[in-house]
Design a protein around this ligand. Structure first.
Ligand SMILES: C[S@@+](CC[C@H](N)C(=O)[O-])C[C@H]1O[C@@H](n2cnc3c(N)ncnc32)[C@H](O)[C@@H]1O
Length: 301
């Protein structure tokens, strides 16, 4: 019964897969009547995620049978305390980083890089939107950038990008993502450091950007150890970004904080960017379950 539901969910999304998009959510928990079970594909390597700490035996047996026919499959438990690599479950092991493609854009994926694999698939439409709003002569700042997926899209749109993250490992990964899209990283800026610190610094210097991406983790610490929590502090973050935004510029405000009511999120964004025009953005249609990702497009008059 479960494997039948999984097969139906995959079939429903098959038209979204193409030579230019091979990274996608194939099963979305409750939305497919499979609570707590998720399946993502990255260039035909599968990653199953579960809320439970074990996999249903029938699902495991089915995946193992697919593995015998060459389907690579890994598994990870969601929300676990220890953020470990996914476990190899079936098919050929994927021990090296590899490339997946979304709307013709390449991203390096790694199943040995810890809890996250290099790209958050739920941001597909927001990445596309960023690319559509980037053009030559524009400057785009990607804060909390992780592997720079938004920066690559902005760079492909023609903009000059600044990619900002606390982690040098992720900044190096971002440079690789530029290279595998035939963008020269030396035409762009990469900043290692704290977003809060840098936004204040840019404002002091009078430096402005035409577009800013704000997609912070739910919880973060700045370089002085001060804690940031999305539920309490998002308005402050938006205000810091708004102070560095050029006239006519935009901020993409996102959060995947499940606990945060969408109305509270809107209220905080409005508070941080008074007078701006705010448009709410939808998650990709393959996310048929919980709509946890909240995204606003904020335009400065
Ligand atoms: C959830 S990921 C962001 C995902 C990214 N926006 C994307 O869509 O690919 C969080 C990232 O924020 C970075 N980070 C956390 N706290 C930070 C801070 N205070 N300043 C800058 N980067 C931070 C982490 O290193 C990590 O790469």
């Amino acid at each position: 019964m479960i494997r039948h539901k999984i097969q139906s969910a995959i079939k429903r999304r098959s038209s979204l897969l193409s030579p230019t998009t091979n990274a996608l959510r194939l099963v979305d928990g409750e939305g497919d009547d499979l609570p707590g079970l998720f399946l993502d594909t990255y260039a035909d390597r599968w990653l199953v995620s579960t809320r439970a700490n074990s996999l249903d035996p029938d699902v495991r047996a089915w995946l193992e049978s697919l593995g015998q026919n060459g389907q690579t499959c890994y598994w990870k438990q969601l929300d676990q305390h220890e953020k470990t690599d996914p476990t190899h479950l079936a098919g050929p092991a994927q021990n090296q980083p590899f490339t997946a493609t979304e709307h013709g854009v390449n991203y390096q994926i790694n199943f040995q890089a810890g809890y996250s694999q290099g790209i958050f698939l739920d941001q597909r439409l927001n990445r596309q939107r960023t690319r559509d709003h980037a053009s030559a002569g524009k400057t785009i700042l990607n804060t909390f950038a992780y592997t720079g997926a938004f920066s690559v899209c902005a760079g492909l749109g023609g903009a000059t990008t600044t990619t900002l993250d606390l982690s040098q490992v992720y900044l190096d990964w971002a440079k690789t993502n530029f290279q595998i899209n035939h963008l020269d990283p030396s035409d762009h800026f990469f900043c290692k450091g704290d977003t809060f610190h840098w936004l204040k610094r840019f404002a002091r210097q009078g430096r402005t950007f035409d577009g800013i991406i704000l997609d912070p983790p739910t919880f973060s610490r700045d370089d002085k150890g001060k804690v940031f929590r999305v539920e309490k502090d998002y308005a402050h973050l938006v205000a810091l970004a708004h102070a560095c935004l050029a006239r006519g510029g935009w901020i993409l405000c996102c959060t995947n904080c499940r606990k945060l009511d969408p109305r509270d999120f809107t209220r905080m964004v409005r508070h941080g960017a008074p007078g701006a025009t705010i448009t709410s953005l939808d998650m990709p249609t393959e996310y048929s379950g919980e709509h946890y990702l909240k995204s606003h497009w904020v335009e400065k008059a």
